[in-house]
Design a protein around this ligand. Structure first.
Ligand code: SAH
Length: 295
C-alpha cells in the first residue's frame, strides 16, 4: 500500500487554525492528521497521511481542507512506499525524503524505499534530517552532484554527519567533515561507519576554519549549515578555501539574515546562484568566481 504524506508549514498562529480544519476535513476518512513543531521555535507543520490515490490528489485534498486561509502555503507531498508508516512514526522519528535521499532511524532499517537511504543515529548531535536547513542542504548537494563529480568536499558543522554521508553516498571520493563539538565528531564517525562510507570521510574537531587541513583549501564544494553569526565571521576563510568555480552552500540562516550574508559573501568573490527558503529558514548556494585572468 502506497502512503502519501501531505503537509503544509506555517507559523503557529496560522497552523493552529488550519489544523482543526484539516482534522474535520479528513475525519470521515479516519486518516491521521497531526500538528507538530517542525523544529524548536517553529514553524509548525500540519500533516496528513493518505493511503490511496496519488500525489496530486493528496495535495489537492489537503489544499481544499486548509481552505482560503492556507491558500498561499505550498503543499508538500512525499510518497512513502509500502511500509506501515503510522506504526513506524510512533516508534521513532519518521523518515525524511528529499530527492534521492531518505534519512531514517534504525527502526526503519531495510524498510525505506529510496535510491539513497541514509541511516542516522543522532545521539546527542544535531541532524536527523527533520530540520528545514538540513533538507535545504541535501537538496543543494544533490543539485550540485548531478552536474558532475565532486572531488574534495567539506561539511563544516557536520553534527550527525548526515551531509557528509550524503556527499560520500553520491560519489565524493574523500569528504572532510568537521565540528566544534567533539561529541558530534564521534557521532558522525559512527554514522559514517553505519552507512558503509567511513573510509571516505575524514572527520575531526575544528572550530570554524582554524585547522591547517582546512586552511590548505582546495575544496570544490563546501556545505556549512551553522548559524548566521559564525558564517559572517568565517566568510573570508571559507571563500579562500574554495577552488575556482567551486560551489558553496550556506544554511542555518533565518530569512532575515539572508541579505546580510549574501552581501558579505559577494564581497569575498562568490556569486549567488540559488536561494531555497523553507519555512522561516533559507539555504543559499553560491559559486566561486574564477580567479581574475592576469595577463
Ligand atoms: N550538518 C548537520 C548539522 C548542522 S547543526 C545538518 O545539516 O543537519 C550545526 C553544527 O555545527 C553543530 O553540530 C555545531 O556543533 C556545529 N558548529 C557550530 N558552530 C561551529 C563552528 N564555528 N565551527 C564548527 N562547527 C560548528
Amino acid at each position: 500500500m502506497t502512503t502519501f504524506r501531505a503537509r503544509v508549514t506555517a507559523p503557529w498562529a496560522l497552523a493552529s487554525r488550519l489544523f482543526p480544519l484539516a482534522e474535520s476535513a479528513f475525519e470521515d476518512d479516519g486518516v491521521p492528521v497531526t500538528l507538530f513543531e517542525t523544529h524548536d521555535g517553529g514553524p509548525w507543520t500540519v500533516e496528513v497521511l493518505l493511503f490511496d490515490g496519488d500525489a496530486e490528489t493528496a495535495a489537492a485534498r489537503l489544499r481544499e481542507a486548509v481552505g482560503p486561509e492556507g491558500a498561499d502555503l505550498p503543499v508538500v507531498v512525499d510518497e512513502l512506499g509500502e511500509a506501515n508508516w503510522v506504526e513506524e512514526s510512533l516508534k521513532g522519528l519518521a523518515p525524511v525524503a528529499e530527492g534521492r535521499f531518505v534519512i531514517h532511524g534504525a527502526h526503519d532499517r531495510g524498510r525505506v524505499n529510496a535510491q539513497v537511504p541514509i541511516e542516522i543515529d543522532a545521539g546527542l548531535a544535531f541532524g536527523t534530517g527533520h530540520h528545514a536547513t538540513t533538507v535545504g542542504c541535501l537538496a543543494a548537494i544533490e543539485r550540485r552532484m548531478r552536474c558532475g563529480p565532486v572531488r574534495r568536499p567539506l561539511d563544516l558543522g557536520t553534527g550527525t554527519g548526515v551531509l557528509a554521508i550524503a556527499m560520500a553516498r553520491l560519489g565524493a571520493a574523500k569528504v572532510v567533515a568537521t565540528d566544534i563539538d567533539p561529541v558530534a565528531v564521534k557521532v558522525a564517525i559512527d554514522n559514517a561507519r553505519l552507512n558503509g562510507v567511513a573510509p571516505r570521510i575524514e572527520a575531526f574537531r575544528a572550530t570554524g576554519m582554524s585547522d591547517p587541513r582546512l586552511t590548505r583549501g582546495g575544496f570544490d564544494l563546501i556545505v556549512a549549515n551553522i548559524l548566521a553569526r559564525p558564517l559572517m565571521r568565517l566568510a573570508p576563510a571559507i571563500v579562500r578555501a574554495l577552488t575556482p568555480r567551486a560551489t558553496l552552500v550556506l544554511s542555518g540562516l533565518r530569512l532575515d539574515d539572508a541579505a546580510r550574508i549574501i552581501a558579505v559573501y559577494r564581497g569575498q568573490g562568490v556569486k549567488l546562484v540559488r536561494r531555497d527558503p523553507r519555512g522561516s529558514w533559507t539555504t543559499l548556494t553560491f559559486v566561486r568566481e574564477p580567479r581574475p585572468h592576469r595577463a
